[in-house]
Design a protein around this ligand. Sequence first.
Ligand code: CA
Length: 247
Amino acid sequence: MADLKSAYNEFMSESILIVEDEPALQETLVYNLEKQGFMVTAVGDGRAALEAARTAAPDLIVLDIMLPELDGFEVCKILRKEMSVPILMLTARDDEIDRVVGLEVGADDYLTKPFSMRELIARVKAQLRRTQLVREELGRSQVQETSHKILTFDDLSLDLTRREVTLGGTVVALKPQEYDLLVFFAEHKGQMLTREFILERVWGWGYFGDSRTVDVHVRWLRQKFEQNPARPTRLVTVRGGGYRFEG
Ligand code: CA
């Protein structure tokens, strides 16, 4: 019983903003997330979404793409520049996915319609857990400033205590998922890692995962750390379905 209660309370105080113009779906999302103990606000267009995000500072945003006023792509791009809130996008078409997780828009995760409420809740909780971990690690690093753990590979250096990555002495800006993925590779240098294994260990999605997410993040890391991203030497593709970090 105690376990059930703490699981229920884990995200009790977290607030979620839902941006969905389809009334029936909006209502279903609100109902199911409130049932999980979240504080939920819902709006139905892109301009209202910007306003609500700025005034309420939610812990997570569920954002539909096709919206009146401003579409979800625009909303995500604008909010990305203003705040670091996790954004989970709802896509209706497969061909939107590359844009959704791409550099231009930069959503943290996405779900393709139709999806089950169970899957949505799992993704929401995974994102919030990730944010909590980052906060905890930041807190710890402030306390343990003296005992830095640093991994170095030639001109690439990962300061695990400060969550800071430098290339040739210059700090490289990374999103939390890019950082986590790079650290995971660094800790498994020389090993072939399958997309499924990476998804499970870095994203923790289990069978919900989509291996394209790994490919997209590897592409971003290559753009940041490879001299020639088209011919990678650090983060190489292994024939037969995986990647290997060479250092
Ligand atoms: Ca819509």
